[in-house]
Design a binder for this molecule. Sequence first.
Ligand SMILES: C[S@@+](CC[C@H](N)C(=O)[O-])C[C@H]1O[C@@H](n2cnc3c(N)ncnc32)[C@H](O)[C@@H]1O
Length: 231
Amino acid sequence: MTGRARSFGRLAEDYDRLRPGYPPAALAAVAGDLVVDVGAGTGKLTAAVTRSGRRVVAVEPDPAMRSVLADRGLPGVEVVDGTAERVPVGTGTASAVVYGQSWHWADPVAAAAEARRVLVDDGVLLQLWNVPDLAVDWVRELNRIAGLPDVAPEVRRSELPGFGAGEVTRVRWEQTLGAPDLVRLFSTFSRVSTREPEDRERMLASIRSSVEGRAVVAYPYVCVGVMYRRS
Ligand SMILES: C[S@@+](CC[C@H](N)C(=O)[O-])C[C@H]1O[C@@H](n2cnc3c(N)ncnc32)[C@H](O)[C@@H]1O
């Protein structure tokens, strides 16, 4: 794992409080009883999956993130240490393997092989990303200030060995935040949190001044999903 991939744990509490969850429509492809959530972090996607009553094995390598997730005490959830490349789940047991904002941290070939191993015959691999809605001018401007990419990561990877063609879905939705929390939200992005302190503070000050005068912000996302069926 790279430095940025390991950067989340020290921000685990803020991450959990400020990062968005997932809209139910983005999980339409998830069926069956057992779901494996890989790179589960503090459980934002895990919580969304359990709302439909499914059992979840939440796999997360970072102990600080795992600890926040375990403390949530989500019903039907087993929290385990592991990675996308080494998923500690039995062969042919899961109906879906899901990755919320985490696929891009994995080695795609090794992760696809592991997902294929744990899935039942017609199981699905679902990757999700909450991407700021870049069609909105002020959102695009905040993204530019924070040095975040202006395309969804999945656009660059569309074929996985052992799976059929990826099907892309897009669900528009909003997260309502106080303006100071929107600034803190940006400080949880690895591209921001891993900057030199002075540089990071300058960047956050610039974001703060662009939302000045607004008490509450409806921050728009497109939840991009790529679903692959095991072949
Ligand atoms: C941006 S967070 C996403 C957390 C959560 N899924 C969510 O939707 O909020 C990315 C997570 O992936 C984890 N991660 C990094 N490299 C990983 C790997 N190779 N395998 C599995 N998880 C990894 C990090 O520790 C972090 O918790």
